[in-house]
Ligand binder design. Structure first.
Ligand SMILES: Cc1cc2nc3c(=O)[nH]c(=O)nc-3n(C[C@H](O)[C@H](O)[C@H](O)COP(=O)(O)OP(=O)(O)OC[C@H]3O[C@@H](n4cnc5c(N)ncnc54)[C@H](O)[C@@H]3O)c2cc1C
Length: 495
């Protein structure tokens, strides 16, 4: 029987949308190219993950020079959230208006924080977020509290929290989707970049999808890779997919593309036809443009005379320089703990001998600076010769450099005198967003405020591609909130 809605991708956007649509009784089919991620010894083996890339898909993209790029992105049921750090932060209210940064002005959103707030609250319930909104002065208003109290700080992190507080910084609990007791039962590791195989991490599979699949009208098809979206005039007429037994075409009155910011825009471009020669939804030539990913720097702050005895580390953040930290009051960004970097992880990431990596990792503390990446039309995803090409231009680096400098000072004052900092490489577009942005003006955006493609009457996008700005917080909760909002809209319009 023909479904009412096809959702392409079961990650944060697709799974959350399915959860929102499920109670409507509409027949929903989710097409996911990956399979469910089964438990295995490698799931908690840092060497398998960080040195051997055990879970990485065997796919190659290109950078703009044509050099191969093996992306640190994942293709399983639940998408990239299977590996995410489960930091589930709201954008700050200020992020929705145009903001003057050191290197430019952000465009603002076509909706304000108030329009998304109820959906943030629902997303926090769905993803079982642990936190305390009262601890962070930059936290926007919440209509409902977090459903669970914060994940406890380990003693070494409690000491760091106190050391930051002594400097006047406002440290708060990271809002997290992790049931720490259940997570540690499987193995004593952190969870960032480790896949969840037990349901202890609130990811798209264990929360959004699990909720959706309680309803008999929702079906998940795994190993179903969409290769082309078919369209005539203003209507999508079907999707072509590859499965293990061959190719097939599926159609539905509504198609929602949720393949992730890079692959959604690539699929739109790859689906060019005579009616849409530049690719679908691309009358404005905006598809693939404004690619953003945050400026991210990981920091290893070392003291040869101290030990770090933490297992997971990732429980605190501060936003003192988020809104107005720059020299003329410009935003600088967010500071949050990385997951615990152990010897094998540092050896894999920095190419150090294991003994040296262990020595450093156990005598250091691990933290991250995150700054906004501004939309730049020349920073883009292209589709060339049947391959994804990522021409990623970094922006706003002066603000980020300043944030890193401030963080180094704070770490030194906190008793960690040697700071080694490294930017995340371009092979890890983990916070990718912005390639099909939401906007009221069809000339400068790809989807409207209801996430419908300006150019097509029955094609929606619902993943990180639609974010008009990257802000300087992790993107998933905002993707989930937008998906729940779209779920309400579609439930009403399909009724
Ligand atoms: C290591 C790591 C750590 C992270 N930590 C955090 C964090 O702490 N907090 C946070 O907010 N964010 C974090 N992120 C980012 C977060 O995972 C993404 O922002 C989020 O998953 C984006 O949701 P999405 O729906 O856009 O895409 P995804 O969740 O990636 O979902 C896309 C889905 O589409 C599927 N798909 C792609 N192409 C096709 C196709 N052609 N046919 C069928 N299916 C297809 C994919 O397999 C995938 O399941 C992290 C990411 C990584 C990699």
């Amino acid at each position: 029987m023909q479904p009412d809605v096809i959702i392409i991708g079961s990650g944060m956007g697709g799974a959350s949308l399915a959860a929102a649509l499920a109670p409507s009784g509409r027949r929903v089919v989710i097409l996911e190219r990956g399979e469910r991620l089964a438990d295995s010894p490698e799931a908690r083996d840092p060497a398998a993950i960080f040195r051997r890339g055990f879970f990485k898909p065997r796919e190659t993209w290109r950078d703009v020079s044509g050099a191969p790029l093996h992306p640190g992105n994942y293709a399983y049921v639940g998408g990239n959230t299977k590996f995410y750090g489960a930091v589930l932060l709201r954008y700050r209210a200020e992020d929705f208006a145009p903001l003057r940064h050191i290197e430019g002005v952000t465009p603002g959103w076509p909706i304000g924080y108030d329009a998304l707030e109820p959906y943030y609250s629902r997303a926090e319930q769905l993803y079982r977020v642990r936190g305390d909104a009262a601890q962070d002065p930059t936290e926007p208003p919440h209509s409902a509290g977090y459903p669970y109290p914060p994940v406890p700080d380990e003693p070494d992190i409690a000491r760091l929290r106190a050391a930051f507080a002594a400097q006047g910084l406002h440290v708060s609990a990271l809002p997290l989707g992790i049931d720490i007791a259940a997570w540690l039962k499987r193995a004593p590791t952190t969870w960032d970049a480790f896949p969840c195989t037990t349901g202890a991490k609130s990811d798209a599979e264990s929360c959004g999808l699990a909720e959706a699949l309680k309803h008999p009208n929702v079906t998940l098809m795994t190993g179903a890779k969409v290769t082309r979206i078919l369209a005539r005039g203003r209507r999508v007429t079907g999707v072509e997919l590859e499965r293990s037994h061959g190719r097939e075409t599926l159609s539905a009155p509504v198609v929602v593309l949720c393949a992730g910011a890079i692959l959604s825009s690539a699929l739109l471009l790859a689906s060019a036809n005579d009616d849409h020669p530049r690719g679908l939804a691309n009358g404005s030539d905006q598809v693939g443009r404004n690619f953003m990913n945050h400026n991210l720097t990981g920091m290893v702050a070392y003291n040869p005379f101290r030990r770090n005895r933490t297992v997971y580390e990732k429980t605190i953040q501060f936003n003192d320089w988020y809104v107005t930290g720059g020299p003329a009051g410009e935003p600088l960004g967010n500071v949050q703990m990385l997951g615990r970097i152990t010897g094998p992880i540092l050896a894999g990431e920095a190419g150090l001998p294991l003994w040296l990596a262990r020595h450093i990792a156990d005598r250091s503390i691990h933290i991250m600076a995150m700054s906004e990446d501004l939309p730049d039309p020349d920073s883009r995803v292209l589709w060339k010769n049947g391959e994804v090409v990522l021409d990623w231009r970094r922006t706003n680096t002066r603000a980020h450099d300043l944030l890193v400098k401030r963080l180094k000072q704070a770490m030194r004052r906190a008793g960690w005198p040697v700071t080694l900092a490294r930017g995340f490489p371009k092979s890890k577009p983990s916070h990718q967003c912005g390639t099909a942005r939401m906007g009221a003006d069809p000339a400068t955006s790809v989807v409207d405020v209801n996430l419908k493609a300006h150019d097509l009457d029955n094609l929606y996008l619902c993943d990180a591609a639609v974010l008009p700005t990257s802000a300087a917080v992790n993107p998933s909760l905002t993707v989930a909130a937008l998906a729940l909002r779209l779920g309400d809209h579609l439930s009403r319009s399909l009724a």
